[in-house]
Unconditional design. Structure first.
Length: 295
């Protein structure tokens, strides 16, 4: 059995900072695809790409109607793939939504979506994770600062940073309703967090992140180095971002809901192995083990 070198150690006795060992863009800069060369260069520099309108208003209405149908379905609520807010007891996220819903499965296969992922990652891709996030007004909680790759490497076994996410807004993102925040350029530094990974950590972390969170000191330093970008935009806008971006979102205490569909594409050449820093794998609805390319 081949032993993979752990390029990004984490969950040890101390917090460590490691320069990125992988490319940001795996495809050729002039590779054909829906992203322009200028936007690809911006993605490589900043770690993200914001698109004012990825899907049209009539499409937004279809996806929002499907989201509402899913969260109102008692069978979906009872499914382990649904995560419920600890305080309000409302659905916070529904995972593996492209398997639960053919409507969202079509979105994953849409060339405007999967084509951009292939262009960035330079290969065929599969869905490592998908979910709808529901952030109703009046107190929906946020997601604390973290790098997705730190978790996906430590707990899911993704060896390399060859993974990209897209967040597609199904409601308007105001500057007040708990929008996505990213530290531009932070994708070039891997922050290995201190502390071990409890068994079944995912059950807690999907409601409130604990293991795999950076220290206040590290976050202060990174924010000083990179700054913080808050993403706003109308329903139908989208943000693509690299797996190692330091990002998070605040609580939503406004009356205005913020819902989105979140899709994670991983290269078929970066298949998950055993977790690098966790006692067991997370469930497949969180970290897929079906590496079938999206067609």
């Amino acid at each position: 059995m081949t032993t993979l070198t752990d390029l990004y150690p984490s969950r040890g006795a101390t917090e460590v900072s490691v320069p990125r060992q992988d490319p940001v863009l795996w495809g050729a800069p002039d590779a054909p695809g829906p992203i322009s060369g200028q936007d690809l260069a911006g993605f490589e520099r900043d770690g993200f790409l914001a698109i004012d309108q990825l899907i049209a208003d009539d499409e937004v209405a279809v996806y929002r109607q499907e989201l509402e149908r899913l969260i109102a379905d008692p069978a979906v609520r009872a499914d382990e793939r649904s995560i419920v807010e600890p305080q309000s007891k409302e659905i916070r996220s529904v995972f593996e939504v492209h398997r639960i819903s053919e409507v969202f499965a079509r979105l994953v296969r849409d060339e405007r979506v999967v084509g951009r992922a292939r262009q960035i990652l330079g290969s065929d891709v599969y869905v490592h994770q998908s979910r709808i996030n529901v952030k109703p007004g009046f107190g929906a909680s946020g997601f604390y600062w973290h790098s997705d790759f730190e978790t996906w490497h430590a707990e899911d076994g993704l060896p390399n940073m060859r993974t990209v996410s897209v967040s597609i807004a199904l409601t308007e993102n105001h500057d007040t309703n708990g929008g996505l925040m990213i530290m531009p350029g932070s994708h070039r530094t891997f922050l290995g967090c201190a502390g071990s990974t409890p068994e079944d950590n995912y059950k807690k972390s999907l409601q409130m992140q604990d293991a795999g969170t950076p220290s206040d000191e590290a976050l202060t330093a990174m924010a000083g180095d990179y700054g913080i970008k808050l993403f706003t935009g109308k329903a139908g806008s989208a943000t693509w971002f690299d797996c190692n971006c330091m990002h998070g979102s605040g609580d939503n205490i406004t009356p205005f809901p913020r819902s989105n569909v979140f899709i994670v594409f991983n290269s078929v050449e970066n298949e998950a192995v055993e977790p690098f820093s966790a006692p067991v794998r997370r469930p497949e609805f969180i970290g897929a083990r079906d590496f079938t390319p999206v067609r």
